[in-house]
Design a protein around this ligand. Sequence first.
Ligand SMILES: [Zn+2]
Length: 352
Amino acid sequence: MKHLLRVAYFCSANAGLPLLVRTMHKRRYGQFPRVLFAHRVIDFTQPLFSFFMGLDFLTVPDFCRRLEYLRKNFKIISIDEYARYVQTGEEPQSNTIVLTFDDGYRCFYTRIFPLLKKFNIPATMFLCTECLEKGAILLHDRLGYIVATSLVTKFSLPELDSRTYSLGSEGERVQVFRDVGAKIHTMSHDDKVRTVDRLSEVLKVDESGIPRHVPMLSWSEVREMLCSGLVTFGAHTVSHPILTSIGMREARYEISHSKAVMEKELDVPVRFMAYPNGADEDFNESIKAAVKEAGYDLAFTTISRFGSQIDPYELPRDGFSSSESISRFKLRVSGFFDFCGPPVIGKLWRER
Ligand SMILES: [Zn+2]
């Protein structure tokens, strides 16, 4: 029975159901554009491929299949066009979607940008300026590299808890990355850095190989993509701290300095920002006020549930995920799950 239900779900999800859902969604909620976000698109030839797969990163074929569906069923619009809809309250005339990417990984240039050019598709990348300015490595990438490459197979770290962690298999390494990541998430930024430093010592990892494993974009690549007219760049702070885990003074610096650096380097206004991590607990009203004060027009979360009202500084995004089947992806971007949760933003959008 369960199997039959699965077959029925698969058939309907691949046949007319997404189209039916889109029609119903449009009738009920209007055509508020959905924004999608991704981080890395990985290739099986790259180092640590199976570890990254465990972290749910998209492979190139995964991304291409999803992009093909989006191209055929939606108009992919630029973030500037999206901003116009947010600011004016106008509704697009057709099904629209926005593609965004976070953190500034070089695979965006090598694997995504060629596809954007081939199909003439706009996209947005949110950059952390310290990576471009100083070659800095983001803390979650340090943690991933340490856990994925250590030759130590068991460890404990009193700074975290009293547990003994095992790094015996790839699956265990992925789990340790998730568990340690969750533990340090609630720490202050300085304590997070100290804990990752300590972990690096305990796991005896030489971190000099990280840039080769996790290459980031350079300013020249960013400029080339900007000149194509297809890629818009937004800010993702200077060093990617969780903004609620640092003081307000530091948060203001992260928010405004990243904008200033990008505007100086690229000579264009930087109007958009994405909060690091972007979950409910990663920003608050004071952070949103600081973002507005710094001169940004819109700021994006990673909350897929649409909010109860339109807030240009708390805009929802849906993540891409390799573990999500293409059938479920089609239903999700068509709005199927909006019928299962709280009222979506589009309804209020239409009513205002
Ligand atoms: Zn990020």
